[in-house]
Write a protein that binds this ligand. Structure first.
Ligand SMILES: Cc1ncc(COP(=O)(O)O)c(C=O)c1O
Length: 395
């Protein structure tokens, strides 16, 4: 077997299952799941209809590059959402969800010579770390804490380390912190990428989930254009329908950016064999072409924050994040013990913050924090918040 597989650690949810083992929560309280970032809003009916109407189109192999119409719909959305123009022929590729793309992109880009580094926020989506390890790179964790407003401090990284860096992962809005990176921040990251010759992989899968309708999170592609990178040099962004359109089961997203990176990545994908089925592409086109359902989705999350925060604020240091759909409070005690007790007493499952982060010389930035996903329907989120409040008042 590939010896690097031994470097992969258990997924946070496996550790959570072990943490909860042996606990017997009260049988009269129905279980509420707030540990997973899986959208639970109903998928848009027109997307389901598009999939149903096209389900018979299974008689030929789909091309890895996708249908021109799929790429055109993604490019048109990028233009509407961020005001950027990308060539649908050379700057966009459909992917089967951003998870596989974040992973496979690193396999295609990283050259295992010269002790490569892949930099990433800490905490982060664990796939970044696994991708780096399997590509033969050393993951470098950039701690995000309340002190740096949950944004990796890029200037704290020594130049010698940047020299070894081949890929920098950014995530905005961030999972789990919800922090949004500004255009200036992204431009600065790009300056470093130019200076030290690395690629930025910008995970923007929460780009459509933000609180302030007047301040949508910017994309790395906008920063690239503002910095004169007219071919989006060194930049690749990852977008998904999973959160935007509440269709995590469709497995649909796309990557966009520097054609000099996407061309070899397409070659890699051709061998890897990850073409998107045509029915999925046609349903995805319907989803990317419509912005009204994404706005309605956003409004639902906004309502949840408005209802849940007043319940929690008296007992917990909760802050409304600028984006995504999580709460990331400091519970001022051991996060795993807190999670286990909350489950045992209130039949409510959240995720210990330290499971999403890695130990570093400066500690584990997820320590004493928990991730609460506001994915359940509004009423269930309210009940969950009430249970957390009672738990904290009584224990
Ligand atoms: C930060 C982040 N990136 C990527 C993904 C993967 O999303 P998908 O593969 O559904 O596009 C997730 C899913 O939870 C995530 O939280």
């Amino acid at each position: 077997m590939n010896h690097r597989l031994e470097l992969l650690t258990a997924y946070p949810f496996e550790r959570l299952t072990r943490l909860k083992a042996g606990q017997t929560p009260p049988a009269d309280l129905p279980h509420i799941a707030m540990y997973i970032g899986e959208p639970k809003h109903a998928p848009p009916p027109f997307v389901v209809d598009a999939l149903r109407q096209n389900i018979g189109k299974l008689d030929s192999y789909p091309l890895t590059i996708g249908l021109p119409e799929t790429r055109a719909a993604c490019a048109a959305w990028l233009q509407r959402r961020f005001g950027v123009r990308v060539s649908a022929d050379t700057m966009v590729l459909p992917v089967n969800g951003t998870r596989e793309a974040l992973f496979s992109f690193v396999q295609a880009v990283v050259s295992a010579r010269d002790r490569p580094v892949v930099a990433m926020p800490n905490p982060c989506y664990q796939i970044y770390e696994g991708a780096a390890l399997l590509a033969g790179a050393e993951p470098m964790f950039l701690n995000t804490t309340a002190d740096n407003r949950f944004q990796p401090d890029l200037d704290a990284v020594p130049a010698e380390t940047w020299k070894r860096c081949q890929v920098l992962f950014l995530c905005s809005p961030g999972n789990p912190t919800g922090s949004v990176l500004s255009l200036d921040y992204l431009r600065h990251a790009l300056e470093l990428a130019d200076r030290h010759d690395f690629v930025i992989a910008s995970d923007e899968c929460y780009a459509e989930l933000y609180r302030d309708e007047g301040a949508p999170p910017p994309s790395l592609l906008q920063a690239a254009l503002a910095s004169g990178h007219d071919q989006y040099q060194r930049c690749v962004v990852f977008h998904s329908l999973s959160k935007r359109s509440s269709v995590p089961g469709l497995r649909s997203g796309f990557v966009a950016g520097d054609p000099a990176l996407l061309k070899p990545y397409l070659l890699y994908r051709t061998y890897h064999g990850c073409a998107m089925p045509v029915p999925t592409q046609l349903a995805s086109i319907a989803a990317w072409n419509d912005d009204a359902h994404a706005a309605a989705n956003r409004a639902l999350y906004r309502e949840k924050y408005a209802r849940v925060l007043p319940i929690l604020e008296p007992v917990l240091d909760v802050v409304e994040p600028d984006g995504a759909f999580y709460l990331w409070p400091d519970v001022q005690r051991d996060d795993a013990a807190f999670t286990r007790e909350l489950f045992a007493r209130k039949n409510l499952t959240i995720l210990p913050g330290s499971y999403l982060a890695r130990d570093t010389a400066d500690g584990n930035p997820g320590r004493n924090r928990v991730r609460i996903s506001l994915v359940a329907p509004v009423d269930e989120c309210i009940v969950a918040a009430q249970r957390i409040r009672q738990f904290l008042e009584n224990h």
